[in-house]
Write a protein that binds this ligand. Structure first.
Ligand code: M6R
Length: 362
């Protein structure tokens, strides 16, 4: 049932090209420069968006917030559901509350969406599991179509959630007139390439395995990223801590100087998301700062980059992609890194200690 793979997690990591095909495939309308999500909701009636979720799904919400604001110019927030549900958030009839969940059963996310609904919000679920509790609570559902996810550490559901965020942002941007047809077409063409680009990212496994070999004895890891790659850094750190039990922290790279830089010494591997994008130059200076303090830099960079290898000890090259879509490709080597490290440490990858696949009690 693991299709020849030693673990469900690895099988699910390798399913991602196919999953992206499923999430995006039938929904892209390149000629019109739009996407068809089959939603009745009119994006022009929405004045703000709240993404509510837990864990990995919450990081997808963070990415969703950025895309929604960048492309559709709608004020958007993301928050972990366990905070949202209890803090009396400001919500009205012009608020769209979006619950993101693989299982559709996470109790905090379910209660968060109930809270928003009780305050008059419109509701949408971005969900994997058909007919799950959250799908019954929301007005409409955008299924991510990732297929069953067995591994406790979420992988393919995350990339599918990111793709769903991109779809949602394009739809809202087109409906609200904040994205030209041509710009939307360009983005859609790039979305079409994603399955192939993720395939190429999977081919980097030997390099990732080599890096894992080098650093699996480390006590701590730091993950850094900026802009849409900030959530990728957090997701990379979460994956590593969940299945290897190595302490891992993530920061938006620009926050380094405000504290975490004190952690850096020769024993600290620092994973930096340094793909081409809006803040590439700034990320380069962050890498220099880490190096200047003896930290070991593992960079995720865009193919052809000649600056990064001068600065980083290890480089994982990924194919060029639209900067706003880069997280969908970049998270793949981070999933593989967590996996390889956990295997080297002899951990139970599919059933990590203390964790449950779906958290149905507080
Ligand atoms: O089923 P959900 O997407 O609602 O689950 C949310 C989190 O519990 C989940 O993403 C958790 O953080 C995973 N263990 C991450 O790998």
């Amino acid at each position: 049932e693991k299709g020849g793979f030693p673990h469900y997690m690895l099988k699910e990591i390798y399913e991602q090209p196919w999953v992206l095909e499923n999430t995006l495939g039938g929904r892209l309308r390149e000629e019109e420069g739009d996407v068809d999500l089959g939603l009745a909701l009119d994006p022009r009636e929405v004045e703000r968006v709240h993404f509510i979720a837990c864990g990995t799904a919450a990081y997808a919400g963070w990415y969703g917030k950025y895309l929604m604001e960048i492309l559709a110019r709608i004020p958007a927030e993301w928050e972990v559901a366990s905070e949202y549900r209890y803090r009396d958030p400001v919500v009205d009839g012009k608020t769209l509350a979006v619950a993101i969940s693989q299982s559709g059963e996470t109790i905090d996310t379910l209660e968060g969406i109930r809270e928003a609904k009780a305050k008059g919000a419109r509701t949408l679920g971005v969900i994997n599991a058909k007919g799950s509790s959250i799908t019954r609570e929301v007005e409409e559902v955008l299924y991510i179509h990732a297929g069953p996810e067995i591994g406790v550490a979420s992988t393919k559901a995350y990339t599918a959630m990111l793709a769903a965020m991109a779809l949602l942002a394009v739809r809202f941007a087109r409906a609200r007139g904040t994205l030209s047809k041509e710009a939307a077409q360009a983005l859609i063409r790039e979305m079409r390439k994603l399955p192939r680009l993720v395939e190429e990212a999977l081919e980097k496994r030997p390099i990732v395995a080599h890096i894992a070999e080098k650093y699996h004895q480390a006590q701590d890891f730091l993950f850094l990223g900026r802009h849409v790659q900030a959530p990728t850094a957090y997701e990379g750190a979460l994956k590593l801590k969940e299945i290897s039990y190595i302490h891992a922290e993530a920061y938006p790279a620009g926050e380094m100087k405000h504290g975490p830089i004190a952690l850096i010494d020769e024993r600290l591997p620092v994973v930096v998301l340094a793909t081409r994008g809006p803040l590439y130059e700034k990320t380069l200076s962050n890498i220099q700062e880490v190096r200047a303090r003896g930290g070991k830099v593992i960079a995720v960079a865009t193919e052809g980059d000649e600056e990064i290898p001068k600065l980083a000890q290890d480089v994982i090259y990924l194919p060029e992609v639209h900067p706003l879509l880069a997280p969908i490709v970049s998270v793949v080597p981070l999933q593989l890194l967590a996996y390889e490290v956990a295997v080297l440490l002899g951990r139970d990858v599919d059933q990590p200690r203390n964790l449950a696949k779906s958290v149905t009690v507080e």
